[in-house]
Design a protein around this ligand. Structure first.
Ligand SMILES: [Fe+2]
Ligand SMILES: [Fe+2]
Length: 194
């Protein structure tokens, strides 16, 4: 029987197959942004959004060649509900899965996955290394420099923003806000005074 996974279960599962600090931080960033957007949209199950954000790259450290496919297997083994698994797979649409983002939750995940990487890289470039007062304007400036964080696929983000029918600047602003809620965990708090 399918059961509703909890945040603790998701975190335990993730820790079991991920040792890489950057990957764990990425998972925490995506989780926080998913939670933020769920609240912003007044969604009825923000926990579901955050859990999917947290778990979306579960297989990446151990099975990079089977990304998305292996996570499905792992989550099926844990009896995760199909809608969670489907949403997870949609983040790799046209890259490692053919699952197109359809639900709002899926569209947000698809859009902000790469965007959190660009925001992190932009924050780390600052002398303060802080996300707390980072603006969408600074991120957009870095967006235009193709050599900066070159691994971040701007086209995917643009496509996601279109699917969402939102303004890019607004999406960047809200993604920054979501990440600010876990700035400490992400190591993006900046210099702590005192
Ligand atoms: Fe991924
Ligand atoms: Fe990811």
């Amino acid at each position: 029987m399918e059961k509703k996974p909890t945040r603790e279960e998701a975190w335990e599962l993730l820790k079991k197959s991920n040792q890489n600090d950057a990957l764990l931080k990425h998972a925490l960033a995506v989780e926080a942004v998913m939670l933020h957007f769920a609240k912003l949209f007044g969604e009825e199950d923000p926990e579901k959004w955050r859990i999917i954000g947290l778990i979306h790259d579960l297989d990446y450290e151990q099975y990079p060649e089977e990304h998305c496919t292996k996570t499905r297997e792992l989550l099926e083994r844990e009896n995760w509900p199909e809608d969670y698994i489907r949403a997870m797979q949609s983040h790799g649409w046209e890259i490692c899965s053919d699952v197109e983002p359809v639900e709002k939750m899926e569209k947000v995940l698809y859009t902000i996955d790469e965007l959190t990487g660009l925001i992190t890289a932009t924050a780390l470039m600052r002398p303060s290394k802080s996300i707390m007062d980072l603006t969408a304007k600074s991120v957009k400036k870095k967006w235009k420099q193709k050599n900066f964080a070159a691994g971040v696929n701007r086209e995917v983000i643009e496509k996601g923003v279109q699917l969402l029918g939102m303004d890019l600047t607004k999406v960047i602003e809200e993604t920054i806000r979501g990440m600010q809620n876990v700035a400490k965990e992400l190591g993006l708090e900046g210099q702590v005074e005192g």
